[in-house]
Design a binder for this molecule. Structure first.
Ligand SMILES: [Zn+2]
Length: 221
């Protein structure tokens, strides 16, 4: 397995933001209603590819535009969704924590399943527990960018995801995830369930965050 890492302005920055998404997809369709499908891999248009799509486009639009104090690392993790159980998940994020870049990120923002046509990304409780200040500041900034309906300041379900190895290793990281998605871990997780507009909302939330002046410095709680 391989993580894929890109960076902009990392070495010279004073504030280092890690943005991550998983690029692997589930090798089984264990939530599919048709048992004949259960051993087939999912396509993962939303569960995996949506976050990667936003980060690829964000890399392009941020090139040369980051404030000089801000550095961004783009981490595409492998083995997030291997499974079937938690002991064989988040493998790329765990490997990243074992071999942290120098200098290391100050905090992280994880994107997962953010392509749903009906996009609602509530606050994720594990993120609030480990990175509460970051979550609240990010949601307030998103509201100022006109994205209040996509980022309601309500509690979503507790999620185990790539943010957990990072949080447990001391890098406060929030998970932006819309877990209300009927096609999750089924053969139906295809691109027709997704929308470019939803990807755009996430992209604008991140862009406005990175360009924020003064930039958000410390997210540790
Ligand atoms: Zn998944």
């Amino acid at each position: 397995m391989s993580n894929i890492i890109g960076e902009q302005n990392w070495k010279d920055a004073k504030i280092r933001v890690l943005l991550l998404a998983h690029w692997d997809t589930r090798p089984t369709s264990d939530m599919d209603n048709n048992p004949a499908n259960s051993r087939k891999p999912i396509l993962g248009a939303n569960d995996g590819a949506s976050g990667v799509a936003v980060l690829l486009e964000l890399m392009r639009v941020m090139k040369g535009r980051l404030p000089k104090d801000v550095g961004v690392m783009y981490l595409l993790t492998d083995g997030e969704d291997l499974g079937p159980d938690l002991d064989e998940m988040f493998l790329g994020a765990r490997a990243f924590m074992k071999d942290l870049p120098k200098p290391k990120p100050d905090y992280g923002i994880l994107l997962d399943m953010i392509g749903d046509k009906d996009l609602k990304v509530p606050m994720e409780p594990n993120s609030l527990r480990y990175a509460g200040t970051l979550v609240r500041e990010f949601y307030l900034n998103a509201a100022r960018a006109g994205l209040k309906s996509a980022f309601p300041m309500t509690y979503g379900p507790v999620i185990e995801d790539d943010h957990m190895p990072l949080n447990e290793g001391g890098i406060p990281t929030m998970d932006l995830i819309d877990f209300d998605y009927a096609a999750w871990h089924t053969q139906a997780d295809t691109v027709d369930k997704c929308s470019a507009e939803s990807l755009g909302k996430i992209g604008i939330a991140l862009e406005s965050w990175l360009l924020k002046s003064p930039p958000f410095t410390i997210a540790k709680d």
